[in-house]
Design a protein around this ligand. Structure first.
Ligand SMILES: [Zn+2]
Length: 324
């Protein structure tokens, strides 16, 4: 017999990861499914409902034991009303997904920004358990951040806090997906680092990734990690530059907020924390104000994609008062 649980769904652009999870047993069922957010809203919500029912069937859990369905949205949300402000990768704008999904399934629906949900997961069920004031940073396609102050998620005045990826790092720098120039993620995300490596290779520099670039394959974190391991100079140089910027930005944030922990996650860090963390820490200590970060720890998250899934447990407790 399973205990009371929540269903967490991490909504990606092309697929979703849904899990039945509780704090005692962890993840008891997992479903990964392609979804099509480009279809009508009704059809998309119906696809999410199907994930919910599939999870219940797969986990053999009694329906009454499901206390909430928590959605991790790659975009801006109002967790009080259940409205998605804008989720560019899903093509959704001003959409009360909570109301529409609740009309289809008989469980309370909660929504939160996916990165915030990841921060909640790391804070409550990962390496951040002991942290009181913490920043979670996820480095991948972009760079996302979630802030915990006094053990609670800080959402900001209109629920948009934590957008670390769009802090200005270089005036008139490379163009960012948000429309501005020189944002942190336009300089130090995997996308930005890979773009620099491609430029180097096209200009004639030799790299283990030359073949991938020639055949126009997507360069994933794994390929970067194996190039780093084999001592690839081009790849190492560009990743070193990225780590230098990441460390500098984290030092600025530490000066501003006096945190006790910074947790790094996301595809890049997961694939090569052994290489990136020491470089980030070095740059951090070079840029941080003397003694202001004496007790601060920089650590890698070990939860991977499951961070946001576990975050659903904390969200259900915060909004519904249920402990699962
Ligand atoms: Zn930006």
């Amino acid at each position: 017999m399973h205990r009371d649980s929540v269903i967490s769904i991490d909504m990606g652009g092309t697929k979703v990861l849904g899990c039945v999870v509780n704090s005692n047993e962890g993840i008891i069922a997992r479903v990964k499914k392609p979804t099509d957010p480009a279809s009508t809203r009704k059809k998309y919500v119906h696809q999410l409902a199907e994930v919910v029912y599939e999870l219940i069937e797969k986990s053999h859990i009694n329906r009454e034991k499901i206390k909430a369905v928590c959605l991790g949205v790659p975009g801006t949300v109002n967790p009080d009303t259940g409205v998605i402000g804008i989720a560019p990768n899903l093509g959704l704008k001003n959409f009360n997904i909570k109301r529409m999904l609740e009309a289809e399934i008989s469980f309370p629906v909660l929504i939160e920004n996916d990165v915030n949900l990841g921060a909640l997961g790391v804070k409550n069920f990962g390496v951040g358990k002991k942290a009181k004031n913490m920043l979670a940073v996820f480095v991948g396609t972009g760079i996302g951040g979630g802030l915990i102050f006094d053990d609670e998620l800080y959402r900001g005045s209109s629920f948009e806090a934590g957008e670390i990826g769009h802090m200005l790092v270089k005036k008139n720098g490379p163009k960012c997906g948000c429309g501005n120039k020189g944002c942190f993620e336009a300089i130090a995300s995997r996308t930005a680092i890979v773009n620099n490596i491609i430029k180097d290779i096209k200009s004639g520099k030799r790299s283990k990734l030359s073949k991938l670039v020639k055949s126009r394959e997507r360069i994933k974190s794994k390929s970067l990690a194996s190039a780093v391991k084999s001592g690839d100079k081009v790849v190492r140089k560009r990743i070193n530059e990225g780590c230098d910027v990441i460390g500098g930005v984290l030092a600025s944030i530490s000066n501003l907020l006096n945190l006790d922990m910074i947790i790094l996650g996301g595809g890049m860090i997961e694939a090569m924390d052994f290489y990136m963390l020491p470089l980030i820490k070095k740059s951090f200590s070079e840029h941080v104000m003397n003694n202001s970060a004496a007790g601060l720890k920089i650590v890698a998250s070990k939860l991977g994609d499951d961070a946001a899934i576990f975050g659903g447990i904390a969200l259900a407790e915060e909004f519904l008062g249920v402990m699962v």
